[in-house]
Structure formats: C-alpha cells, structure tokens
Design a protein around this ligand. Structure first.
Ligand code: C5P
Length: 269
C-alpha cells in the first residue's frame, strides 16, 4: 500500500497573537508541526509527507522542522493558498498520482498517534473517505451577532470532526475540482466528498487529538504530553550525532521550488 500525506499548515492563526506562526511553536520541546508529522514518518506505507506552509516560512520550516527532526519523507513543501481548501488543492497538485490512499492532517493537531492513524486506515472499506469525530457533549445554541439566543440546536446527531481524514485519491481529486469549479468552500475535505455524493464514514475520534487554536489549547496539549508515554519515545527526539555534510544536505531552494530533493543516503523510509 502506498500512502501520501498532505499537512495543511498555511493558516495565519491570529488567535495565537500577531505574527505568530503556530506550527513552529514549541510543544514539549519540539515544534507543533514536527509532532503532527512524525507518526506518519514512522509508518512504512507512507511514502511521502507534503506540508503546505506559507511561502515566507518555507526555509524555517525546512531547517527547524524537517531537518532538525529528520522527517525524511518530506521531499518538498507546497506554498499555501488563501483558504484551507486552496492549500490542500495545491498540495494535491504537487503530490501527484500513484498513491492508494491520501491522508490529510492539519498541521496544528500535534497529538495524533500512529495507532489512531492505523485504525482509520483499517476502516477504509466500502466508502470514499473516513473521518474521526466526537459526539457533541455540550448543549448547542445558535446566537445572533448581538449576543441573543436564537434557538437551541438538537445535538443528537451532531459530531465534532477531526483530522487525519482518509481518502480515495481519485474521489478526492474529483471533489476538489468540482468544488473549485463551483466556487464552493468547505472547512474540511470530507465536505467536498459529501457535495459530490460520495460516502463518508465516521469513526470514533480521539479526545486527546486536540487542535491548537488558542494559548489555552497549547497548555492543555503540554499536560497531555507530560501524562502520556507515547510522546516520550525515540521518534520524538531532535536529530543528534553527525549532521550531514554541507554537500549532502537538501537544498532549501530546491525543496522550496517543489522539486524532489537529490540527497545521498536520505531516502524516504
Ligand atoms: O483555520 P482552520 O481551522 O481551517 O485550519 C486548519 C488547518 O488548515 C491548519 O493547520 C491551518 O494552518 C491550515 N490552513 C492552511 N491554509 C489556509 C488556512 C488554513 O493550510 N489558507
């Protein structure tokens, strides 16, 4: 099985403060984005991980995340688009064909685990996409801009959807092209599959797979990391020992341009 992973991480994330690019913020000693990618790096079926980042952050992303934490399956970076959907589309374009499945995972969900991803992939039967989700536990109210309650929404069939989301590549491409042609924007990729009549399966999400949106989320994630053994294992360490000689290093400029890197001894698995 050949799997490609797209990591949209090109949002501006204003709720963290002006000028802060969330994916580089440290969490338990390593950038959020590194944590979001490392479980995929460990999976032999994953052949390429493609982060989509703001153009101005590409060099820092390569140096501070990809090289420092040896995320070797990153062969290139894609520049982000205006909306999340545009960013994913650019990633899809660059990733190309030849994958049996495409996974899309937000670069601001750093507590994803390999076991969780494997479970999602195993559910990919008789459908076009699999998404993890949690039942809504709180009461939901629709509120107008003036702060008055309009109505209480029945939460019976409502779910909070997470990433990673798993897709059949042909259906995902078709859905993105259709949405693009119609000028329709969704806040996740599964929505685009729904719009073309595809079958999206929901499986239980992980309450620990938090999305980092505010400083409070970051503090919560720190606590979850301290309490979990999973995040203390070897893959979550900085690269150490001999650094590759200058001539062996991937060229930031080459990777920036979306070209595969030509490096000796740095294959993808
Ligand atoms: O803002 P939102 O919750 O949609 O962001 C989800 C993910 O999509 C984040 O990792 C964010 O960086 C990414 N994103 C992107 N390009 C955008 C907007 C968001 O890659 N233009």
């Amino acid at each position: 099985m050949k799997i490609g992973v797209i990591i949209p991480a090109a949002g501006s994330g204003r709720r963290m403060g002006p000028g802060v690019w969330k994916p580089l913020l440290p969490l338990g000693g390593m950038p959020i984005l590194a944590r979001a990618m490392l479980p995929f790096q460990r999976m032999p079926e994953v052949k390429e991980i493609l982060p989509v980042v703001p153009e101005r952050m590409m060099d820092r992303c390569l140096a501070e995340v990809v090289e420092t934490f040896r995320v070797k399956k990153v062969k290139r970076l894609a520049p982000g688009g205006k909306e999340r959907q545009d960013s994913v589309f650019k990633g899809l374009d660059l990733l190309g064909d030849g994958f049996d499945l495409i996974l899309i995972h937000d670069g601001v969900r750093p507590l994803v685990t390999e076991a969780f991803v494997r479970n999602l992939i195993a559910e990919m039967k008789g459908c076009d996409a699999v998404v993890p989700a949690l039942r809504v536990a709180d009461t939901l109210k629709e509120v107008n801009p003036e702060g008055w309650v309009v109505r209480t929404v029945d939460r019976q069939n409502l779910w909070l959807v997470q990433t990673p989301q798993v897709f059949r590549p042909d259906v995902l491409r078709k859905a993105h092209l259709s949405a693009g042609a119609a000028g329709r924007y969704g806040t996740d990729d599964a929505a685009l599959i729904e719009w073309i009549g595809g079958k999206v399966k929901v499986v239980p999400g992980d309450p620990g797979n938090v999305k980092i949106t505010t400083p409070e989320d970051l503090r919560l994630a720190e606590i979850l990391i301290q309490r979990s053994d999973v995040f203390r294992t070897a893959p979550y360490q900085k690269a150490s020992g001999r650094q590759p000689a200058e001539r062996d290093r991937p060229s930031s400029e080459t990777a920036r341009a979306g070209q595969p890197r030509r490096t000796s001894g740095r294959t993808g698995s």
